[in-house]
Structures are given as structure tokens and as C-alpha cells.
Design a protein around this ligand. Structure first.
Ligand code: BTN
Length: 264
């Protein structure tokens, strides 16, 4: 698989020598963080055929069976203050959409902040994790991407069957995972070169974001608030007009979109 991925990469891709492939791993993000702590360089990439402990946002798991999905993490050392990387998850979502589109022709939507969606179902997700030094500078960032590629509807476990989809289900074609991975790596490398210019990236994010204009609910702990998603701001936060008349930028928490993932 690693050779196939490399054969799909353009000669201009600079980080071929820092590409690690695992048949089975707990989580490519977890391992990338370990390797970062041991000094692995900017551009290190970990790819797995299967994860036994794939992780998503909000402490959730990411179902990562063998042979059908893409599970990859890229380690970046952007050398900037964390406050300049507020948009990193948005940038990674746009890069993931770019990579998928380049390889398959399908451009997924993005459900704020980090879900890749198609046909109102979840195609994959992004998990970004940062390590900061004592002055608030980024020691490293790990960008993790998981994409459902060749699952049939019956392949998804019961708890996500209604909300999950795959590239094969959406396009009707068998997906060449190595081709998608190669395009993801190209898109992520491109993203890493433009991290200091968030405005253009966020403009592209807004164009892909299916949450804007929708009725949503925001869950924080026991509190559930309803409102309408207005806009994604200059740091990637979601501006919400809540039904109680207040407006707030939502940076974290679970945002459900009415009509998706079983929220009616
Ligand atoms: C989410 O849906 O909340 C994000 C899912 C991110 C999954 C990817 S798979 C590769 C990397 N390793 C992980 O453990 N998680 C990310």
C-alpha cells in the first residue's frame, strides 16, 4: 500500500521520506503525537489500514475497520502562536474536501466544524490536536483525517448506520484508497504552506459549509440551546442567533443541524 501511495504522489511532494504505513495501530493521531514528542519532523505522515482506537472529537470513537477506510495523520510544526491557528480544523476540512474532489470528482460538504458530509450523512471527520509551549506557541499540530471509502450500508455498525455513508455509496464507484490518500497529502501540504493566510481558506470553508443558514442546536454538557447558524467568523467560529435573542460565536461544543444525523 505504501508503494501504491507513493506511486500516486507527484514528484514535487516533498515529504515522501517521512511517510509511515501501519497495518494496525491504535490511533494514527496518538502515535503521531508520540513521534512528535520524540522529534519527528514537520510533514511526517502516518497512515493505517485499521485503527483499534480511532478517536473523534468530543471523546468519541471513530470506527476504523480494515480495508475500507482512510485513517491518516499529518504532523506539522508551523512555528507560530496558537492564536494564529484558530482556523486549523477548518483549513484541514477544506484540504480534505480538495483531496477527495481531486481523486473522485465528488466535493463533500462540511458540517461545522469538522465533519465531511454527502447526502446529509457523515463521510468522515477531522481531528486536530495541538501541543503548545509555555509561551503559547505551537510545538506541533497533528491533523487527523478519517474517511469512509468502500463501506456498503451493511458494513456500518448499528449505532452509526443511519448517519454514516462512504465515498463508494455516494459515487457508485469502487474507491482507490491510495489515489485518495495521495491527493489528501498533496492538499494537506498545500494547506500547510498557506496557514498564515486564513482569510482565503475561510472563504472556501464558508462555500463548503452546509451548516450556515440552518436551524441548529448547540449542546454543552447538560445545556441544549436552539438557534440559527448565521456565519463562520474570521477565526472559524460559528456565529449563532439563538432563539432567546442572543448572538454568540460558538467555538466548541456539539452542533447538530436540523434534518441531519437523526435530529428532527
Ligand atoms: C470526528 O469525526 O470527530 C473526527 C474523526 C477523525 C478520525 C481520524 S482517523 C485518523 C486520525 N486518528 C484518529 O484516531 N482520529 C483521526
Amino acid at each position: 500500500m505504501k508503494d501504491l501511495i507513493i506511486s500516486n504522489l507527484p514528484a514535487s511532494y516533498p515529504w515522501q521520506g517521512n511517510l509511515y504505513y501501519f497495518n494496525t495501530i491504535d490511533s494514527t493521531n496518538t502515535r503521531a503525537k508520540q513521534m512528535a514528542a520524540e522529534g519527528a519532523p514537520h510533514g511526517t505522515v502516518l497512515i493505517a489500514d485499521r485503527q483499534t482506537g480511532g478517536r473523534g472529537r468530543m471523546g468519541r470513537s471513530f470506527h476504523s475497520p480494515s480495508g475500507v477506510g482512510i485513517y491518516l495523520s499529518m504532523l506539522l510544526r508551523p512555528g507560530c502562536p496558537a492564536k494564529e491557528l484558530m482556523h486549523l480544523t477548518c483549513a484541514a476540512a477544506v484540504a480534505a474536501a480538495d483531496g477527495i474532489q481531486a481523486a473522485t470528482g465528488l466535493r463533500p460538504g462540511i458540517k461545522w466544524t469538522n465533519d465531511l458530509v454527502a447526502g446529509r450523512k457523515k463521510l468522515g471527520g477531522i481531528l486536530t490536536e495541538l501541543s503548545l509551549d509555555s509561551r503559547g506557541n505551537v510545538e506541533y499540530a497533528v491533523v487527523g483525517i478519517g474517511i469512509n471509502c468502500n463501506q456498503s450500508a451493511a458494513d456500518f455498525p448499528e449505532e452509526i448506520k443511519q448517519i454514516a455513508t462512504s465515498l463508494q455509496l455516494v459515487t457508485g464507484k469502487v474507491i482507490d484508497r491510495s489515489a485518495v490518500i495521495a491527493q489528501l497529502l498533496v492538499a494537506l501540504q498545500n494547506m500547510s504552506e498557506h496557514l498564515q493566510a486564513p482569510a482565503a481558506t475561510l472563504e472556501r470553508y464558508r462555500a463548503d459549509c452546509i451548516t450556515i443558514g440552518q436551524e441548529i442546536s448547540v449542546v454543552r454538557g447538560d445545556e441544549v440551546r436552539h438557534g440559527k447558524a448565521l456565519e463562520v467568523d474570521s477565526e472559524g467560529a460559528l456565529m449563532v442567533a439563538f432563539d432567546d435573542g442572543t448572538r454568540q460565536a460558538v467555538q466548541s461544543g456539539e452542533v447538530s443541524v436540523r434534518g441531519m444525523y437523526g435530529y428532527i
